[in-house]
Design a binder for this molecule. Structure first.
Ligand SMILES: [Zn+2]
Length: 191
């Protein structure tokens, strides 16, 4: 339970990250965060929360102490909005590119999607955000060991390193529908 995730909002109620329930409780106990009731948007500070916080995720018991698990907390001081680099993974490249082939523009489905090195590895192209794009198997095979110019295949969009607010992992957001109420429409992963 302590390793479950809690959504963290800054002082302006913008979601900035997720943290463990353990850490969320520490922040509340230190008085720098309040728990948000996702149903009513009421904010409860430590004392109130312990007494009558909602318990949709159950509660923690330590000695004779029962504590409702916060799903969302809001920071009382911090108002920053850190943009944290997204970790470079195959899946995140697909997400950045909208699961579409960056050459033909089709969305072939996961089974037929692959990663294309814009400058082929055999020509010194690295495996990183700026040199990797989603491509369908067909375009990838057609391009083969050539640069886009050599292959006469234009990229639809220059690849860039994405940054997600607070490093929010869209995957984790999808798991918790209640968090969607706190997502600005343009946050990746929001529905
Ligand atoms: Zn294609």
């Amino acid at each position: 339970m302590l390793d479950r995730k809690t959504l963290v909002l800054n002082r302006s109620w913008r979601p900035i990250t997720t943290t463990s329930v353990r850490r969320a409780i520490v922040l509340m106990a230190r008085g720098v965060a309040g728990a948000v009731n996702p149903g009513t948007f009421e904010v409860a500070e430590w004392e109130t929360w312990i007494e009558r916080g909602p318990r949709p995720l159950g509660s923690l018991r330590a000695q004779d102490f029962e504590f409702p698990v916060p799903e969302v907390i809001v920071l009382t001081q911090y108002n920053g909005f850190p943009a944290v680099p997204v970790s470079f993974t195959r899946r995140n490249v697909y997400r950045r590119d909208g699961y579409e082939c960056m050459y033909c523009g089709k969305a072939p489905g996961l089974a037929d999607l692959t990663i294309d090195h814009v400058t082929p590895r055999s020509r010194g192209g690295g495996t990183h955000w700026l040199n990797c794009v989603a491509a369908c198997m067909r375009c990838n095979a057609r391009k083969a060991d050539r640069s886009p110019t050599q292959a006469g295949m234009a990229l639809r969009k220059a690849p860039a390193a994405p940054r997600w607010p607070g490093g929010l992992d869209p995957h984790s957001l999808e798991e918790r529908p209640v968090w969607h109420r706190f997502m600005p429409a343009n946050t990746p992963g929001a529905r």
